[in-house]
Design a protein around this ligand. Structure first.
Ligand code: ZN
Length: 214
């Protein structure tokens, strides 16, 4: 066995990864030629997760916010092959939030119509469930001055400009849209094609912007 808790960050990371994969501290220790106490020291933060099952501590300390974040990250982030970090596309973020933000029956704004859109609040598409809300289509399109902030529609995410010609093109494509196809994917493809946000595309096809254009 190597000396007590000294180890390179690489080795510690390796231990944490193995530990999170479900091996016990003993098993990780055997693989890395370390004793289980050393592994326990390295994995202290994630250890708490397992201590809930009574494996390591009799009375586990309460979860701190940091612990929860680390555990959530290890489960949902690094281990998820779809993880793209901050640069994830808008659709990916929508899906990510969609899996985590509990669906509500009614629109959180008008509380009358059925909630169908997971709408981004800041327009910055943060990977943050609190930056999204469940809205009905109507509120999604017209709600609280967001319409006035539609600079992103005109400029687009990649700085591309929208003009009448493009609006007509997008609407023509939407007319041909075959409802068998997934609507979100269809809209996202348009967004990519024209360098716009998916909301920008939606505003165009649902005519909440560029109303004067046929
Ligand atoms: Zn509504």
């Amino acid at each position: 066995m190597k000396g007590f808790t000294h180890g390179s960050e690489k080795e510690k990371d390796e231990a944490r990864k193995l530990y999170l994969s479900g091996l016990s501290a003993d098993e990780v220790g055997r693989r890395l030629n370390r004793n289980s106490t050393t592994i326990g020291t390295w994995c202290k933060d994630i250890l708490i997760k397992y201590s809930q099952k009574g494996k390591h501590h009799k009375s586990p300390p309460p979860f701190t916010k940091e612990h929860r974040e680390r555990i959530a990250k290890s489960k949902r982030g690094e281990k998820n092959i779809n993880w793209k970090g901050k640069n994830a596309g808008i659709t990916a973020i929508h899906h990510w939030v969609g899996r985590r933000k509990p669906k509500v029956e009614l629109c959180v704004r008008c509380k009358q119509r059925k909630a169908i859109d997971l709408a981004n609040i800041s327009q910055k598409y943060k990977r943050d469930v609190n930056d999204f809300e469940w809205l009905c289509r109507s509120c999604h399109m017209t709600e609280d001055g967001r319409m006035n902030k539609l600079v992103h529609v005109k400029k687009g995410i990649g700085g591309s400009k929208v003009n009448e010609k493009i609006v007509i093109e997008i609407r023509k494509k939407y007319k041909k849209y075959n409802s068998q196809e997934n609507l979100k994917i269809f809209q996202n493809n348009l967004a990519k094609e024209y360098g716009l946000s998916i909301d920008g595309i939606r505003h165009i096809i649902y005519r909440s912007t560029w109303k004067n254009v046929i």
